[in-house]
Design a protein around this ligand. Sequence first.
Ligand code: B16
Ligand code: MG
Length: 211
Amino acid sequence: RYKAVIFDLDGVITDTARYHYLAWKRLAASQGVHFDEAFNEHLKGIDRMGSLDLILASAPRAYTPEEKLALADSKNAHYVELISTMSPADLLPGAVEALDACRAAGLKVGLASVSKNAFAVLDMLGIAGKFDYVVDAARIARGKPDPEIFLKAASELGVSPADCLGVEDAVAGVASIKSAGMTALGIGDPAVLAQADRVIAGLDHFALADY
Ligand code: B16
Ligand code: MG
């Protein structure tokens, strides 16, 4: 029924959310901003500057664009340090099997992550070769929930959005898939990902024939 499956990375294929959380928490603390797991949920799927803006919204002072860039760079340097020891052992259960199942079914396989570290993470996980197309987040103007990133993946794969299944763990990501006109498979809690067409707990429950 589909011609392509477009996967998100963080939270779907590997659990980098924990490392983003630790890096943002340290950054927030350095600026006197309270930061916890609940707030971190709102940042899932949101790009780096967008996440920083959400955190600094509760800071005691205003920031110049230059200061913001420096803070984003410092968060990223910490994040890159945290993920530097990632390996294929950090693949979430069922991830490789899901990618291979799509390929075996003759579908195109794409990656739509807003992370500028996505190429490096794919290399560390040893799965870069499993995608027909990986969106370069640096060339995307509008992050999730805007549909741009999923539409870009579909067009580069040569498939119309209606023939794509998008796979996402974040509320903003599911919104991006739906506004792109695709079917959304959520990964996580159905109560949280209410906009998804189907929700499964993880890729270890991925069954292409069901969607
Ligand atoms: P970076 P995804 C997103 O990746 C993460 O969910 C989000 O927490 C992060 O802020 C964003 O990537 C940007 O990452 O700072 O590495 O560019 O879920 O779209 O794969
Ligand atoms: Mg994600």
